[in-house]
Design a protein around this ligand. Structure first.
Ligand SMILES: [Zn+2]
Length: 589
């Protein structure tokens, strides 16, 4: 058994073991008990929700020599041979492969032969939506006149891609995403049986990350088990996922609540220094803010967090108005979109945070625009002034209180009341060197900003380059990932580990930092997913090319980062008023 992936070893062997799909298993069990057995079933639903497991259980149930109340016995010779994967009468076809398509096309000749040892030959066609048109036709012909000994179970993550002619021949069952408590239940069961020690918050994090898929949850657990730690802790899970510690995300939310941009920026930089990606962090912040929104709107039960976390989140939600929360969501969403276009800098994330920390705009403020004179009484809202005063003059000293975002007096002013310096140490502590760089603002450039309208152009231009195809690609990169995500999380992840390099005519070139990532993407199935999504976006057939890219990585990263930063800093809005900038950022989607 050792070495076998957990999700195979822990595959459900009876309908009752199939957690979270009771609406499916009950109906199937009732039919089996009544001896009502159809010839074609469609199991539709997200990946990792138990479709192929259910198909195997069904194959056992219809053939079992000693079934008990509809369930297979798992002991007889038939159940055993199916469990061990050597049953000749259970034919599993992967429709995503060429071989699968050939198999479907040759079905009609083979299907006439009666089963070897079972009552029924069960054909399980996985990812059936991937069949080509001729293969669908062949399948349809078989479904129209099935021999009495044949049963088809078609499994798919995308039922809408299956022709109606085929759908209409099938009994359809929709599998649901598995809820976090159910995933947790299964993980706990596995740990108990395998003698694996794991903290409950660690298992909860795994369950949350698995987004409804047993397979994801179990392979993540598998990965953690293979580390051989004595007890799996939350930090281990976070490390494997490359996700930010819960404290970071909660800390950033707290910074927004108390208008403390300085502390928020420190959280960001600490997380990034520890290897968390800016995009990943932004996603997690958004997920967290969504949680606060849910709580605020009475949807706490939709959250998948531990009770302690829920309690502290509820307190945070209480401290925020819905308007403020929505604004933060919009800001971080805008930052996420900017980061998706391939920018490696954390600047968009930092700007979103700083702006989210600003107090809500009063109508008067909105009209003042970027030209506001520094020191104007209205520039600092009353509570902020009170807090600054209470904190004492020491807080107003030191460069850090004014230069977190920008070094120019005029531009820092709107933020100065809210961007507080770190409370204690007189020595401005860990304002990361990366932040310092942002002070370098060309002098005299403030005059360009006269109207907010002019200020949108520079950010929009950020992605325009000598290669218009590439600019298009960068602009649509986020949409491409979105289109791919439901088809394959793996391919989505692969795309996140490469960089679009070129788009000439219909040929798109991607640069990979690692050979194995490149190989994985070149796998025919994966490649097809990307090419289809690309073609869909571009409105014409596109072809994918890839190359290794490690040689110039450092340089290119620097180059894009600095040019992007320059672009953004050239934007008068950045210099003049952060809130205006946020509006622009949100606009670039
Ligand atoms: Zn049996």
């Amino acid at each position: 058994m050792a070495g076998q992936a957990l999700y195979r070893r822990w595959r459900s062997r009876t309908f009752s073991e199939l957690i979270g799909q009771e609406h499916v298993t009950q109906t199937l069990l009732n039919a089996l008990r009544a001896g009502r057995i159809g010839h074609a079933y469609l199991f539709a639903g997200p990946r990792g929700t138990g479709k192929t497991s259910a198909a195997r259980i069904f194959a056992k149930a219809v053939n079992c020599l000693e079934p008990a109340d509809g369930e297979p016995c798992n002991h007889c010779s038939i159940c055993t041979s199916i469990n061990e994967g050597r049953a000749l009468d259970l034919i599993e076809i992967d429709a995503a492969s060429n071989r699968g398509i050939d198999e479907i096309r040759s079905l009609r000749d083979k299907i006439a032969f009666s089963p070897n040892e079972c009552r029924y030959k069960v054909y399980v066609v996985d990812e059936v939506h991937m069949l080509t048109d001729p293969a669908f036709n062949a399948l349809l012909k078989t479904l129209e006149e099935p021999p009495p000994h044949a049963i088809f179970v078609l499994a798919t993550t995308e039922p809408h891609r299956i022709p109606l002619t085929v759908l209409s021949r099938c009994q359809r069952f929709d599998f649901r995403r598995v809820s976090v408590p159910n995933l947790l239940l299964k993980l706990e069961r596995i740990c108990a049986q395998e003698g694996v020690r794991a903290r409950s918050e660690a298992l909860a994090a795994i369950a949350r990350h698995a987004t409804g898929s047993f397979r994801d949850a179990e392979s993540l657990l598998d990965q953690l088990v293979s580390f051989g730690v004595e007890e799996i802790k939350l930090e281990d899970v976070e490390r494997v996922l490359g996700s930010a510690p819960e404290a970071v995300v909660a800390g950033m939310a707290q910074a927004v609540i108390s208008g403390d941009a300085g502390s928020g920026l420190r959280w960001i930089n600490e997380a990034l220094d520890n290897g968390v990606e800016a995009r990943q962090l932004t996603r997690e912040v958004l997920e967290y803010l969504r949680g606060l929104l849910l709580i605020k709107n009475g949807g706490a039960q939709l959250l998948s967090v531990t009770p302690e976390t829920e309690k502290s989140m509820a307190a945070q939600a209480e401290a925020l108005t819905i308007a403020r929360l929505l604004r933060a969501v919009r800001l971080f969403n805008g930052a996420g979109n900017l980061l998706k276009t391939g920018s490696h800098t954390q600047l968009p994330l930092e700007m979103a945070l700083v702006e989210a920390c600003l107090p809500e705009e009063s109508p008067g403020q909105a009209q003042r625009g970027p030209g506001t004179v520094a020191g104007e009484p209205g520039a600092v809202s009353a509570p902020q002034t009170a807090r600054a005063a209470a904190a004492g003059p020491a807080e107003r000293r030191g460069p850090s209180s004014r230069t977190v975002v920008s070094g120019s007096q005029a531009s820092s002013r709107p933020a100065s009341g809210h961007v507080e310096p770190p409370p204690e140490p007189p020595d401005p502590p860990d304002l990361n060197p990366r932040l310092e760089e942002k002070r370098a603002i060309p002098p005299g450039s403030t005059k360009e900003a006269s109207a907010a309208g002019e200020t949108q152009a520079p950010v929009r231009q950020a992605s325009v380059s000598a290669d218009p195809g590439l600019a298009w690609l960068q602009e649509n990169w986020g949409r491409l990932l979105q289109a791919i995500r439901p088809k394959s999380r793996q391919v989505e992840a692969l795309l996140k580990s490469c960089e679009p390099l070129k788009m000439q005519g219909d040929v798109v070139t991607l640069g990979f930092y690692h050979g194995f990532h490149r190989e994985r993407l070149n796998d025919e199935h994966n490649r097809r997913i990307v090419e289809e999504a690309l073609s869909g976006l571009a409105g014409r057939p596109c072809r994918l090319e890839s190359k290794l890219y490690d040689g110039n990585r450092q340089e290119r990263e620097k180059e894009t980062e600095s040019s992007r930063r320059e672009e953004l800093l050239r934007n008068p809005v950045v210099r003049e008023a952060i809130d205006q900038l946020g509006a622009t950022v949100v606009d670039v989607q």
